[in-house]
Write a new protein. Structure first.
Length: 136
């Protein structure tokens, strides 16, 4: 996916998405959410495929923006906790091939309160049945 077809490069490709905060290298994007109220993503302004492609400066800018986003979300939503996470590659759950850090406010009255981002990954339903042979 090139920058021209990327909804994090061309914000008009995802209806309702807006820049809430930004610095010189990154943006905090939000869009209306039915379930995950207040959640958003931090993306580098430059098109980077995965988190592994970020420059050291983009890492620092991401951390700086994460702190700003937390202040904003604390003020507007008063969450009881957060999930913060990256997905990398299709198997890792990344559906838009532009690096993005999920920022998800969590609330004590949610049905899944207390379940972290690894909860389902650690379930016995996720045990691999047989190793994949990646050789010829």
């Amino acid at each position: 996916m090139s920058g021209g077809h990327c909804p994090f490069c061309d914000l008009s490709l995802m209806e309702g998405q807006e820049i809430v905060l930004e610095n010189n290298l990154c943006r905090f994007l939000m869009m209306p959410q039915e379930v995950l109220k207040g959640s958003g993503v931090i993306v580098p302004a430059a098109h980077r495929g995965t988190v592994f492609d970020l420059t050291p400066e983009e890492w620092q800018a991401t951390q700086d923006l994460l702190k700003e986003a937390k202040k904003l979300l604390d003020r507007e939503f008063s969450p009881d906790g957060y999930n913060i996470g990256w997905n990398a590659g299709g198997t890792g759950g990344q559906h838009i091939p532009h690096a993005h850090l999920h920022v998800i406010p969590r609330f004590a009255d949610e049905p899944y309160a207390g379940k972290g981002i690894r909860h389902w990954l650690k379930s016995h339903d996720n045990i691999r049945q047989a190793p994949v042979n990646k050789q010829g």
